[in-house]
Design a protein around this ligand. Structure first.
Ligand code: FES
Ligand SMILES: [Fe+2]
Length: 378
């Protein structure tokens, strides 16, 4: 892989303040941008057995479930009878059953259980005609994505080099270790941009990141990768003492499927980040655009399978995961608070910001992708 700098000089931001604060623009983003892109909606391991999951994509409420072949499929979360919402966001066990009159749908979205069905001869005669409205749904390893638009690139084309990363990261993904949903009082783009630069770390995270994050401070800077037009990632070498520490623990904690010696942070445009330190767990955050100045962050930490762990090693990893969860929440709070202040500033800003050369190249790359996506809608 090659590390490329987008442009050499500092530049004016490409997103106007109004695009972070105007409710009309936000509505257009949900209708347009979030309908044309592939949007992450969950993990396959969250859909075990007969179950379904309510998710929001753009301005639509959907549900995702596996069909008879175990393939995730996405449907509009609206009953074919009299349009009740079928399920709330989150995972539910059992088949889809409407809470209003009790219609039950099969794994292909066809109504198969209708109370007093003799009253609906047209549905009984051709239940397929009353199938739930379906949307494009594809996977990259564990990661399930949905596209609302009928036409567009397939998932592999859309993800580019990120497709292989997600497939590889999925190897050995075993269980959700930690999960939370929390609101950040800022536009989704503010939250994404905040995740794309480390420039704010000394000022915002002096009590967390600056102390113990396992990064190699001797290494001048993380490396940025911009091989995809929409997505980007960074790699920052792990500190040598952390690598030694894990090497020493290996006889107890065992081996995990994809071990690397750095921290990695991936942005999958528009609103998914996947990060990992050395590959022993993956932190998946989805930034759902709730309203123009509020974003619901859905955060999952997924553990991977270790081979050859001793009981003492399992305990050690529980500690490491536990510390990681506490760290994640603290950092999340610090970022949430600063994002609130950015949103307050944007509310009365009169011109776009300015981006650092080098340090904020991933923000610039995101803004370029965003500007192109918005332009394509006009
Ligand atoms: S609205 Fe769903 S069963 Fe009546
Ligand atoms: Fe931060």
């Amino acid at each position: 892989m090659v590390s490329v700098s987008v442009h050499a000089d500092a530049a004016t931001g490409l997103i106007a303040p109004s695009q972070y604060v105007d409710p009309g623009h936000h509505a257009a983003e949900l209708d347009g941008l979030f309908a044309r892109t592939w949007v992450f909606v969950g993990l396959r391991l969250e859909l075990q057995g007969i179950s379904h999951r309510g998710v929001n994509v753009g301005n639509k409420k959907l549900l995702v479930q596996c069909d008879g072949e175990g393939r995730p499929r996405a449907f509009l979360n609206v009953c074919s009878h009299r349009q009740a919402q079928l399920c709330e966001p989150g995972t539910h066990s059992g088949p889809v059953r409407c809470p209003y009159h009790g219609w039950v749908y099969d794994r292909e979205g066809v109504p198969v259980g209708i109370p007093q069905k003799q009253a609906f001869p047209q549905v009984v005669a051709a239940p397929q005609r009353f199938r739930l409205t379906e949307y494009a749904c594809e996977t990259a390893g564990q990661f399930i994505f949905v596209r609302l638009a009928a036409q567009g690139p397939n998932l592999a084309e859309y993800l580019g080099s990120q497709f292989d990363f997600l497939v590889r990261a999925s190897e050995g993904m075993a269980s959700i270790q930690d999960e939370f949903r929390q609101d950040v009082p800022a536009n989704w783009k503010v939250a994404i941009e905040n995740s794309l630069e480390g420039y704010h770390v000394p000022a915002v995270h002096s009590r967390t990141f600056m102390q113990t994050d396992g990064m190699d401070r001797a290494e001048a800077a993380p490396r940025f990768f911009f091989e995809d037009r929409l997505h980007s990632h960074l790699e920052h070498a792990a500190a040598p003492d952390w690598i030694t520490r894990f090497a020493r623990m290996e006889s107890k904690i065992g081996k995990w499927p994809w071990r690397f010696e750095h921290y990695t942070h991936h942005l999958i445009f528009p609103n998914l980040t996947v990060t990992s330190f050395m590959g022993y767990s993956f932190h998946i955050q989805c930034f759902e655009p709730t309203v123009v100045d509020r974003t619901t962050v859905h955060s999952r930490t997924v553990g991977v399978e270790f081979v050859g762990a001793t009981p003492a090693g399992v305990k050690m990893m529980e500690h490491i995961y536990g510390d990681g969860h506490a760290f994640t929440r603290k950092v999340f709070e610090e970022d949430g608070e600063i994002c609130r202040k950015v949103q307050a500033g944007l509310q009365c800003a009169v011109r776009p910001g300015v981006l650092a050369q080098g340090l904020e190249d991933r923000v610039k790359h995101f803004q370029q992708a965003y500007a192109r996506a918005v332009h394509a809608l006009q």
